[in-house]
Design a protein around this ligand. Structure first.
Ligand SMILES: *[C@@H]1O[C@H](CO)[C@@H](O)[C@H](O)[C@H]1NC(C)=O
Ligand SMILES: *[C@@H]1O[C@H](CO)[C@@H](O)[C@H](O)[C@H]1NC(C)=O
Length: 149
């Protein structure tokens, strides 16, 4: 009886160790859509990011970062938007579409695009010590009126 018991628990421990080594549960990658887009001055841009494999991001930190200005655009943490000085240039211009947060999909919409908004954006998902990101590129086009004399 004792022998059988220790055999079973030893086997369970081996399985557990194997799962910890082979399948770290916190591993994921991030992909984006709209990775190259053009927006008009005064228009809006949308950046979608998706966790793979699909999993809930409700307890994760999710954010967007503008590379050129080294500026945080939007940060979602502990279930709410974190705003302040760090997101000042984007304050009142961003909307997070998070209906699919449970499947790890989020979209950030930026309104009233200006030429200063052009450049590379990174979106990141952070879960504990694991952080992964995807890169997107925004080009801003200005409609100019041609005067014919
Ligand atoms: C954002 O909106 C609030 C309330 O309307 C306003 O007080 C604040 O100045 C606005 N911030 C920016 C950066 O436009
Ligand atoms: C859009 O941004 C410009 C500056 O880039 C500002 O002058 C204008 O008032 C803004 N429009 C709206 C609707 O917020």
């Amino acid at each position: 009886m004792e022998l059988a018991f220790s055999y079973v628990s030893g086997y369970s421990v081996a399985i557990l160790l194997l799962q910890m080594v082979v399948l770290p549960s916190e591993q994921f990658t991030v992909s984006s859509s709209g990775s190259r887009q053009v927006a008009l001055v005064g228009g809006h841009a949308e950046f979608s990011c998706q966790l793979s494999p699909p999993q809930s991001a409700e307890r994760m930190e999710v954010g967007w970062f503008h590379e050129h200005h080294s500026q945080l655009v939007y940060l979602y943490k502990d279930g709410e938007e974190v705003s302040g000085k760090s997101t000042y240039n984007y304050m009142n211009r961003t909307v997070l579409l998070k209906d699919s947060l449970g499947e790890g999909k989020v979209t950030l919409r930026i309104h009233n695009i200006s030429v200063l908004d052009g450049g590379q954006y990174h979106c990141f998902f952070k879960d504990g010590d694991t952080s992964e990101e995807a890169i997107m590129d925004l080009r801003v086009a200005e409609l100019t009126q041609t005067h014919v004399h």
